[in-house]
Design a protein. Sequence first.
Length: 155
Amino acid sequence: MKISKRSIFRAFLAAGLCWAGMAMADDHFSTATDPTWKAECGSCHVAYPPQLLPAGSWRALMSGLDKHFGSDASLDPQTAAGIAAFLEENAGRDRSSSRTPALRITETRWFVHEHDEVPDRAWKNPQVKSAANCTACHIDGDKGNFSEHNIRIPK
């Protein structure tokens, strides 16, 4: 039986992501569900799987909802506290040496590595608009499935 370099690399990557607190099965993030998180966060963008950022990043994001990437995403205190608790409880591990928490998933090493082959023209496509618009290319991104087998890059 011959094992390809790509298979070895994917196994190594999967082990590394599991070590970093991210469950991966062909880039499908097993994520806990919370209806309030799904409804509130998913009303404006993909309700990003909590494993994509460490707890410190989620704390920083949730404490600045009034300035959430240029929008006021404020929630009532009880709702915000419930979502924050859910995100922190299901967060990935912080393996960064940086003292500043990552606030953008698109700037994490994992994201940059997984998207390094995406041509610049794809990011500039009006149907994509930004790297944060996962569902522009990942058909089941809203379900936590970011498999390379379910990609449709808009023309």
